[in-house]
Design a protein around this ligand. Sequence first.
Ligand code: SAM
Length: 236
Amino acid sequence: MTALAEYAAELCQVTLSPEQEAAFARYADELIAWNERINLTAITDPASVTIRHFLDSLTLAPVLDLAAGQRVIDVGSGAGFPGLPLQIICPQLDMTLLEATGKKVTFLQHMIDTLKLPNARAVKGRAEEIGQLRAHRAVYDVAVARAVARLPILLEYLLPLVKVGGLCIAMKGKTAHDEAESSAHALSVLGGRLSRIEAFQLPDVEETHYLVLVEKVAPTPALYPRRPGLPSQQPL
Ligand code: SAM
């Protein structure tokens, strides 16, 4: 059994099949190879890719209803985190990987094709734009994001995409509680309610990682998300 399989079972209650272990190995190889040509990640040694990208992404598994074929969107997916690892362990999830940078979208599509993930798609665009489109607005059960923006800004990206009753999950570092505190106004304007904050300790990683869970309890007013750039220039 690989280190990833052992840690995934222990930390995330996820049992990897031999095919899934092979898919992660292929993903690591492709990520490291493509990273020589386009800037996808600062984390390039295989052991760190396993822990800081793959296992970190899988910490979402225990909080998602993985069997139910939920519609999930990963906003600012970059090289696919956390969306692609979740899709590998649960191919029945309907997964949209949203990314603003074209070269990263090309990599995401390459990985979707290489790993033959029929229910995943890479979409090029900004959250502020697609959040106003009928095809994406209020249609997702879950919106996730890692390392994209501070929570008051991120909520303006995520909450418009999620159905009432759905969930937003922000993967955060040590500022998680402070960011949650400074999000009270954004939550009330956008129709969100802080549900809970869960802590995770990854093996051999000093800092604690947090999942900030926000429920959508009311429709987001049509004004939001505001035009591209405005949420980050003038956060709620
Ligand atoms: N989530 C990945 C991870 O944790 O490895 C990538 C993190 S990277 C620091 C942030 C990514 O979010 C970048 O690839 C950037 O292009 C994308 N991004 C930032 N703002 C965005 C927006 N408003 N809409 C869509 N993508 C965005």
